[in-house]
Design a protein around this ligand. Sequence first.
Ligand code: SF4
Length: 350
Amino acid sequence: MTQTLTALLDKARHTSELTYEELLQLLSLPDEQIPELMAAADEVRQNTVGNQVHLRGIIEFSNYCRQHCCYCGLRADHSTASRYRLTPEQIIDTAAAAAKTGYRTLVLQSGEDPLIPAETIAELTREIKKLDVAVTLSCGERSYDVYRLWREAGADRYLIKQETADPALYKCIRPGHTLQERLQCQKWLKELGYQLGSGCMIGIPGQTVEILARDLQLMKEMNTDMSGMGPFIPHPQTPLKSGTTGSISMTLKMLAAARLYMPWLLLPATTALASLHPKGRELALRAGANVIMPNVTPEHVRSMYQIYPGKLNTRDSMTDYYNRIKDIVESEGRTLATDFGHSMHPAFQL
Ligand code: SF4
């Protein structure tokens, strides 16, 4: 039986033990009830992870990829894409500038580039750790041994989204791969002591509200520490080019439901949402988000990392961009964190 929204949110304020049906009810709310949901999520965010917003500077160091994900503009089949690969020196210089600007976490992100040896990424991790920052890697599906090499080099976190909790949809959007393989990677990462970043796109063709509720359950089952959830934006050079852009309302509902269901989460206000709505970051911060991931990739290649088109870009200097994000955070009555911003999952230990 469906409860009133007030009763359900009262329950959610006191316990995160929401059932599948309750998650479904939250995700099915009409637009006029979203502010009430966001207010409850914001209250839980304030009472659990506090007022601070954690910044993660992303360095997109290569846009070569051997994979064929149907939603992604970097897929190997996109033969006319302009490709680049930063040199280790460029990556270290960028990391040093970002650390000097104030970033306490740097994210090294790339496609699955077969020409960058695993040892190179290990060496980059060792060098960047000397800057007194936390390091997140986001370099796709690798073997257990490679994940171990990178963890031993000092990587703190790994970002590898589940993409969807539905095995059939997963096979459609990532041809040749299974959800089971993806979850195996996540299990290895947890076993090795990484903080795990997962997530999914909102509005990918074939997705249903039932699948989204299951997405939240799967993230909780996997003990996810961070979850990146932004709207799907169709890329014209991909098989999903005719898909409809993901809804901002559903994205906000997913963020708020995630905060209520997994209060410890590091929850980014994604660039995808900010690319679709001029106040996308502010809206996400009001829906329970507590992370922003500004792009610090060198400007001469930044526009080439196009998983989706129309990605928010800036020509600001690194310092000006940092200060602009700080202004957004402070205008929402929040403060920038100055620590590493490690996981707040109850089971996490450094
Ligand atoms: S989503 Fe990642 S693995 Fe898939 S094609 Fe894009 S860059 Fe490659």
